[in-house]
Design a protein around this ligand. Structure first.
Ligand SMILES: [Zn+2]
Length: 410
């Protein structure tokens, strides 16, 4: 079992140790007799850093703990200069360790605040590279409760309470009334004690005084299966996050030439305007299609008791084509409209007034099948797409043939 130096001093960034094992594995790694490198555990992510010996140094990219308590340091490259017995010097990435201490101690404070204020216990803790989260066992969680827990946590931080690490027996721990007792059958428990505020069993690295957490900023919360997940950031992460938020908000405000606090109002106004313009546009297009349809119908002679309209457009989308076909077949009875557009997408729309002999859906299927397109529809209205604009004219001609044959009953 590796001697876990980080259990006794979270601020130990440099240490000397001896190599005990170079595990035979595809992934280069080394095991030491003692280490200050924290392995991923208890919700906290691992340290990184450097292990150096006489002949060179090795980057530690990940640290994990085996079930029997050995800490495995994964290295960027095979440690060819190391063997059991080699003396090494380990250096932890200080910035990363400090950040992890701020997040983890911050978590203890925030979790205790939720218990003290609302009796909401934390059931799990997750630390990511960007943000951290706790899962609260509660059927409901309100916005004001989150704000109160955040404010209370920051008060505890401002009071700069001492945070002590102690080792106690399991019996003693039972008498102390810990916020959370680990399920493991260990006789010695490591206790994180925030003076007169929180006691919990934990193996993580922590600050010495709550003031070192800096601050806690709660972010979003969401309902999860067993309760609520609350995202938060502490210390420098909180400042970085707030800075990023501010930049995004400022960019948005600049687009609206507004103050940042007016951005939601400006967005609401813009959305309302978009909605109203969209409605106006639809109405205008409808009126335009009605006028165009009336003009076409007036210019079209009736032959054999019906009006047959065959037209090819360009620069017209299929929706506008459908709208026109709809108007043509509704404004006059006994009308058949075979209309198409060559661009932006070569498309066809076949439509007829109700009660005609043809089946537009079947006709469309037959036509697009011949020209390698896709389409279909109902008896009175069908649409289709063609692979090239050159197919549009012959496709309409074929549609016309089929419709004519249906009318004459051949
Ligand atoms: Zn902890």
């Amino acid at each position: 079992m590796t001697d876990h130096l980080y259990y006794h001093d979270s601020f130990l960034y440099d240490f000397d140790a001896e190599v005990t094992e170079i595990p035979a594995s595809d992934r280069p790694s080394v095991i030491l007799d003692r280490t200050a490198f924290y392995p991923t555990s208890g919700g906290q992510i691992h340290d990184t850093g450097v292990i150096s010996a006489e002949k060179g140094s090795h980057k530690v990219t990940e640290v994990a703990e085996t079930e029997d308590g050995r800490v495995v340091h994964y290295l960027e490259a095979p440690p060819k200069d190391l063997r059991p017995g080699s003396q090494i010097h380990g250096q932890i990435d200080r910035g990363r360790r400090r950040d992890h201490m701020q997040q983890h101690s911050g978590q203890h404070v925030l979790s205790a605040a939720f218990v003290r204020l609302f009796q909401m216990p934390t059931v799990s803790f997750h630390m990511g590279d960007d943000y951290c989260s706790i899962d609260l066992d509660t059927p409901s969680l309100g916005k004001t409760q989150i704000e109160e827990a955040e404010r209370f946590s920051n008060e505890i931080i401002l009071e700069n309470r001492p945070l002590e690490i102690r080792f106690v027996t399991r019996d003693e721990a039972g008498r102390l009334g810990l916020r959370k007792l680990p399920p493991a059958e260990r006789d010695q428990l490591r206790i994180v004690d925030i003076e007169d505020f929180d006691l919990s069993a934990c193996g993580g690295t922590h600050v010495r005084q709550t003031g070192q957490i800096g601050c806690i900023l709660v972010r979003r919360s969401e309902k999860v299966r067993q309760g609520y997940r609350v995202e938060f950031v502490a210390g420098q992460r909180a400042v970085r996050t707030a800075r990023r938020d501010f930049t995004a908000l400022t960019d948005a405000a600049t687009l609206f030439s507004a103050h940042i606090y007016d951005v939601p109002l400006q967005i609401q106004k813009a959305l309302d305007e978009i909605r109203s313009l969209r409605k106006q546009r639809e109405d205008s297009l409808d009126e335009l299609a009605a006028a165009e349809s009336a003009k076409i119908l007036a210019e079209t002679q009736e032959t054999g008791g019906r009006k047959l309209i065959i037209k090819i457009f360009s620069g017209r989308d299929i929706n506008s084509l459908k709208l026109l076909a709809q108007k043509l077949t509704r404004q006059a009875a006994n009308t058949v409209a075979l209309v198409a557009t060559t661009s932006p997408q070569p498309s066809l729309v076949f439509a007829q007034s109700a009660g005609q002999a043809s089946d537009m859906g079947a006709t469309m299927k037959q036509v697009v099948a011949k020209f390698g397109g896709r389409g279909g529809g109902s008896k009175d209205m069908a649409q289709g797409g063609l692979p090239t604009a050159a197919n549009v004219e012959p496709a309409l001609a074929l549609g016309n043939e089929i419709v004519a044959a249906a009318k004459s009953g051949t």
